[in-house]
Design a protein around this ligand. Structure first.
Ligand code: ZN
Length: 318
């Protein structure tokens, strides 16, 4: 079934390492274009090329808006600003951390991910509107996956840009919960907000654009209840998702190096400490995670001539 997007809206569906990018054209090339989210740094050249190919003659990229500042949503900011000299608007909760480039507050240190430094010149606040082209997008707070995330809703076409608050089959890791901060209720409130907006079309942060929003909300609520009943299960799910993300970044890694990465990545260390420290050691727990991902076919292990194993993400998962 083909889904109609609002006039002037183009979606670059990426994958899991890079979030989707949404290009909003203006009414005329002179108005310029706005890009929502910019992907992961290692894909930045591809992001720049996708934007270049989509811009019309005489059209320039005037603004980047980030739904939130996870590395897979703003890793192309720096390259795009360098190329287009565009502005960058971000949610207000991260503004001071960006100004001083505080990588601890910005999650890159904790997750062992990279994001090149960029400057933001304005905030985009819940309650405001992003007016561009024919469309006026409402800005809503969407805490849960990330405390500062926003989502964008265009009421005349009932189109929602949901970032990682709602995917077709779930939502992003609930990061505050990994740090011991309660956020299951925030996820629920954000899902209730989405339900109340009654979107007809959802442009998610990852995966294809979809229109069966009731089904997506039902799946998300079921997953949330499952995690809420057993927060350790959520922590294990988060650790596996971060491991797969890391392997998508490095592409392939000897098993011993991968285990070294797991045991020194702060968010994984703290998850283990919080939820699993009365069981196997951090190293054994990490090894168990990788073994399980290999057994389930998410990762594949290849034996090198040296006898060592090299791990990568199975094709079907990317
Ligand atoms: Zn995210």
């Amino acid at each position: 079934m083909s889904i109609t997007l609002p006039p002037g809206v183009e979606v670059f569906e990426r994958g899991w390492l890079s979030a989707n990018n949404i290009l909003l054209h203006g009414r005329s090339p002179e108005e310029g274009a706005v890009l929502i989210d910019t992907g992961y740094v290692t894909h930045a050249p591809q992001t720049v090329a996708l934007v270049d190919a989509a811009l019309l003659d005489e059209e320039r990229l005037r603004l980047i808006v980030n739904t939130h500042l996870h590395s897979d949503h703003c890793g192309g900011n720096s390259a795009l600003v360098e190329r287009h000299g565009c502005g960058v608007q971000i949610p207000p909760g991260d503004f001071s951390a960006v100004r001083t480039w505080d990588e601890a507050r910005l999650s890159y240190q904790a997750t062992g991910q990279q994001c090149p430094r960029f400057q933001a010149n304005a905030v985009i606040c819940p309650g405001e509107q992003l007016r561009h082209g024919e469309l006026a997008w409402q800005v809503h707070a969407a805490p849960g996956h990330d405390p500062h995330s926003i989502l964008l809703f265009e009421p005349s076409t009932r189109t929602l840009i949901s970032a990682d608050a709602l995917w077709e089959r779930g939502f992003g890791i609930i990061f505050p919960e990994l740090d011991g901060e309660a956020a299951f209720d925030e996820v629920e409130q954000t899902l209730d907000l989405i339900q109340s907006l009654r979107p007809a079309v959802v442009i998610p942060g990852h995966g294809a654009v979809f229109s069966d929003v009731q089904q997506a909300l039902a799946i998300a609520k079921q997953k949330l209840e499952h995690f809420r009943r057993d927060p350790a299960r959520h922590a294990r799910h988060g650790a596996k998702a971060l491991t797969v993300f890391h392997l998508l970044e490095v592409q392939q890694q000897p098993r011993s190096e991968l285990l070294d990465w797991l045991v020194r990545t702060p968010v994984l260390m703290s998850s283990w400490q919080r939820f699993f420290a009365d069981g196997p050691s951090l190293h054994a727990w990490s090894k168990g995670l990788v073994d399980e991902l290999v057994e389930n076919g998410v990762l594949t292990a290849e034996t090198l001539p040296s006898g060592a194993a090299s791990i990568k993400v199975a094709k079907a998962t990317t």
